[in-house]
Design a protein around this ligand. Structure first.
Ligand SMILES: NC(=O)C1=CN([C@@H]2O[C@H](COP(=O)(O)OP(=O)(O)OC[C@H]3O[C@@H](n4cnc5c(N)ncnc54)[C@H](O)[C@@H]3O)[C@@H](O)[C@H]2O)C=CC1
Ligand SMILES: O=C([O-])CC(=O)C(=O)O
Length: 341
């Protein structure tokens, strides 16, 4: 006869060794990089992932072998371009996260990365459209304001575009905003929930501090807004030529991926994350993609939240963001359509 304690222990073991049937295949493209490695490490901890598929042009066999020894239930595979590696990495994927591409050096804007990263993202999107056309695509590679439209155009070219399944990952802006506000107000980050809308570069990043439930002096609003908009530059400067944010981005990327997993395979309702998606909010102004809070559901975007109540200062920030955002989006779209012609 088993004691109650023995039965509980056997049940716990059985539970923890069987992979969840509600689990997804997730690919990380650019998995050997500064973001790719810690992001993959964080994703290896998810019980909602059955297969973590790591692709990069170099070093993924080593990264995959290393991660595969961690005793969580997901299988880890590493792929390189040889032997149809990209096809193998993507086939059957539910979610593809793309941190592939070069990072900034001091003095560069995110837009300066366009020349290198646009074609990397375009080619990876081509492969996704062919091998996992129904997957959710999470774009981290900069400039996000342009790389998201690039993915959309490629998917449209293949007639497989579903706007509910394409996300620019802007979570780091919200993570930073929460941390910076918590420092200024001397409160827990749990009590510093800051909505950040717009895009993901400089003035296109628009924090809505007035919606936070906290009061700020004019001085605090100005300095916090500037710090949130240019937080990426702080890291680029501090790394002094060795790249941009990687660890905080891995944290933010894992947060967004985990939220999407919970909303899709996990079946959870009411999960809201900020993200840069195809949106009607400023369509009249010619801005086809815009980040606001988005409720995630089984098919990706469930509901795009409106901007909500804002003050005059924040309206000024949006007015300044719109033309730049519009230019970034057009640049991404034309990059694909010019090649198409
Ligand atoms: N959305 C956001 O909030 C953030 C975006 N980023 C962006 O993420 C990107 C990656 O940054 P890091 O990881 O620091 O750069 P990294 O240079 O450390 O890693 C990039 C990886 O991409 C790989 N790669 C290059 N071409 C590839 C291809 N065709 N297919 C697959 N993999 C390829 C490289 O081999 C490398 O391992 C940059 O564009 C950076 O600007 C960075 C921080 C925040
Ligand atoms: O600043 C960069 O180039 C990387 C990035 O997007 C960020 O840290 O927000």
């Amino acid at each position: 006869m088993f004691t109650t304690r023995q039965i509980t222990s056997i049940a716990k073991r059985a539970f923890s060794t069987s992979a969840s049937s509600n689990a997804a295949k997730v690919a990380v493209l650019g998995a050997s990089g500064g973001i790719g490695q810690p992001l993959s490490l964080l994703l290896k901890q998810s019980s909602l992932i059955s297969h973590l598929s790591l692709y990069d042009i170099v070093n993924t066999p080593g990264v995959a072998a290393d991660l595969s020894h961690i005793n969580t239930n997901s299988k880890v595979t590493g792929h390189v371009p040889q032997n149809d590696g990209l096809k193998e990495a993507l086939t059957g994927c539910d979610i593809v996260v793309i941190p592939a591409g070069v990072p900034r050096k001091p003095g560069m804007t995110r837009d300066d990365l366009f020349n290198t990263n646009a074609s990397i993202v375009r080619d990876l999107a081509e492969a996704c459209a062919q091998h996992c056309p129904k997957a959710h695509i999470l774009v981290i590679a900069n400039p996000v304001n342009s790389t998201v439209p690039i993915v959309a155009e490629v998917f449209q070219k293949h007639s497989v575009f579903d706007p509910k399944k394409l996300f620019g990952v802007t979570t780091l802006d919200v993570v930073r905003a929460s941390r910076f506000v918590s420092e200024v107000k001397k409160i827990s980050t749990n009590d510093a929930k800051i909505t950040v809308i717009g895009g993901h570069s400089g003035v296109t990043i628009v924090p809505l501090l007035s919606q936070s439930g906290h009061s700020f002096t004019e001085e605090e609003v100005k300095s916090l807004t500037h710090r949130i908009q240019f937080g990426g530059d702080e890291v680029v400067k501090a790394k002094n030529g060795a790249g941009s944010a990687t660890l905080s981005m891995a944290f933010a990327g894992a947060r967004f991926t985990n939220s999407l997993l919970e909303a899709t395979v996990g079946g959870k309702k009411g999960i809201i994350e900020p993200t840069f998606v195809k949106s009607d909010i400023f369509a009249k102004e010619g801005v086809e993609y815009f980040a606001t809070n988005v409720e995630l559901g089984p098919n990706g975007v469930e509901k795009i939240h409106p901007v909500g109540n804002i003050n005059k200062y924040e309206q000024g920030l949006i007015d300044a963001a719109i033309p730049e955002l519009k230019g970034n989006i057009v640049k991404g779209k034309s990059f694909v359509s010019e090649v198409k012609a």
